[in-house]
Design a protein around this ligand. Structure first.
Ligand code: ADE
Length: 249
């Protein structure tokens, strides 16, 4: 899967993409990220990418022409791509969107803005506007990395153990159960005994219950989206009986 990023700060991407899982994914040719400097698509001596807003007001607006030239240049190889603009006014990104984009395996162009805004006419280039949450960042570069990361790690072969993507939070609609590793006791803090028992059924039940508990306590809004099994109702009533007298309260 190929990602083409358009930005005025291409260096931001190198540090993150050249480490760990995404680096290996690129080495294995599972993903390819090409970062384009918007200034390379300007035509003036100063490589100007912004200008004063029509109608006045604070800040600068990113000019449309370099974005059009950059997108036309990228698309000139004829490969179809979904064009996404990162903006706080876009549709809020979610794990479901990451799953669907990863499954579609569609190449993407990610347009990152800076300054006050991007000239509205750039919207004509774009298939979709995406926000990564209800807060405002200084630019679209971090959101672009968030989107690349969350999509890439779902592509088969990117994570070492395929089950990690499946088992984790949100994939089945719940927050993930707590994890422990050695030592069994550290500064008086014990790992739950059941996890050391070797009893796989009991371990699975403990994990399901703790995932339910965390979700009920922290994200009750997610509960209605979870396909609950018969056993879950029993676990939920146990959790309710245990009340607030618990480590996550
Ligand atoms: N640019 C600035 N803030 C953003 C956000 N929350 N999501 C996507 N792009 C942005």
């Amino acid at each position: 899967m190929r990602f083409d990023v358009i930005t005025i700060f291409p260096e931001i991407f190198n540090a993150y993409l050249n480490e760990s899982i995404l680096k290996r994914a690129a080495e294995k040719n599972i993903i390819e990220v090409k970062v384009h400097n918007l200034r390379d698509f300007t035509t003036d001596r100063h490589r100007t990418v912004d200008d004063y807003p029509y109608g006045g007001g604070p800040g600068m607006v990113m000019k449309p022409e370099p974005f059009f030239s950059a997108v036309e240049h990228i698309k000139s190889d004829g490969i179809p791509r979904r064009i996404v603009m990162l903006t706080p006014r876009g549709k809020t990104f979610s794990q479901d969107m990451a799953l669907s984009m990863s499954g579609q395996n569609q190449n993407m162009i990610l347009i990152c803005g800076r300054y006050e805004a991007i000239d509205e006419r750039v919207k004509n280039l774009v298939d979709e506007e995406i926000s990564i949450g209800d807060y405002v960042l200084t630019g679209g570069e971090l959101p672009a990395l968030v989107i690349i990361d969350s999509i890439a790690r779902l592509i088969p072969g990117v994570l070492g153990d395929e089950r990690s993507a499946e088992e984790e939070s949100f994939t089945c609609g719940m927050l993930e159960y707590p994890h422990y590793t050695r030592p069994p006791e550290f500064r008086g803090l014990k790992a739950p005994e059941v996890l050391l028992s070797g009893n796989h059924k009991a371990i699975a039940q403990w994990r399901r219950k703790e995932a339910l508990r965390l979700t009920i306590l922290r994200r009750p809004d997610l509960i209605q989206g979870i396909p609950l099994k018969d056993e879950d109702y029993k676990l939920i009533s146990e959790i309710k009986e245990e009340g607030k007298n618990h480590e996550y309260d």
